[in-house]
Design a protein around this ligand. Sequence first.
Ligand code: BTN
Length: 252
Amino acid sequence: MSDTLAAAQVERHLRGRFGKPYLYEPECESTQLLLLGSGLPEGAVAATDHQTAGKGRHGRRWVAPASTSVLASVMLHPPAERQLPELSLVAALAATETIEAATGLSAQIKWPNDVMLNRRKVAGILSELSDGTVVVGIGINVNQGHDDLPADTTTLAGSLRSLTGQVYGRAEMLASLLFRLEQTYDAWKGGGLAELYGDVGARDFLRGRRITVDGQPATAIQILRDGRLEVATGNGHGETRVIESGEVLFER
Ligand code: BTN
């Protein structure tokens, strides 16, 4: 059976509400564009085997050869009282757990929205707001070989295959991701990030690392209970700062 994220392959593994409806295109510009402004209900999912204009954060491209990755977007209708920036961590936790379950290895969350395995970025999250709904896009590098990975990224990229030597079933992985996202999302809806803080904090990749935040040197202290990043600034004179958003680079 060929490896594809077509409905027939993914739907038989679905276990919860997410994935209904399930929109699949063999190729599209970006799965985000299939859902943004669509008016579809919460839990609607768009997936593809190849994006010709995949969107990353900070206006970058998300590039992956056809049929190597999990590429999916999920429609969410979050309650008004919740802090929407926290959703990236909610999705990053679900992606991290999915990767851990598949590989048997520990994965980490690099604030605010990357998943790291063996110090390589193996997954990224893009959350986009439209009319009170949020489309959360998740890309997991699954079966790329070393030469298929982008070399021009600010954080070194890896795939599950490049790091473990194994090939993984993408359809089953996507269904597992959707089920875990439903669980982390439901917990967050009920009580905010505090409900997930133990699981997020235990996987905090940046904690204690020398970093730059939008070009400024600092040391990461921790992801806070409200999802922001606490850092010690500059020269170690005990000053701390709390970061709401931005690009964080770490020393290798
Ligand atoms: C990042 O780390 O910059 C975020 C990458 C998000 C990529 C995913 S792949 C599925 C969805 N569709 C897109 O165009 N982007 C997201």
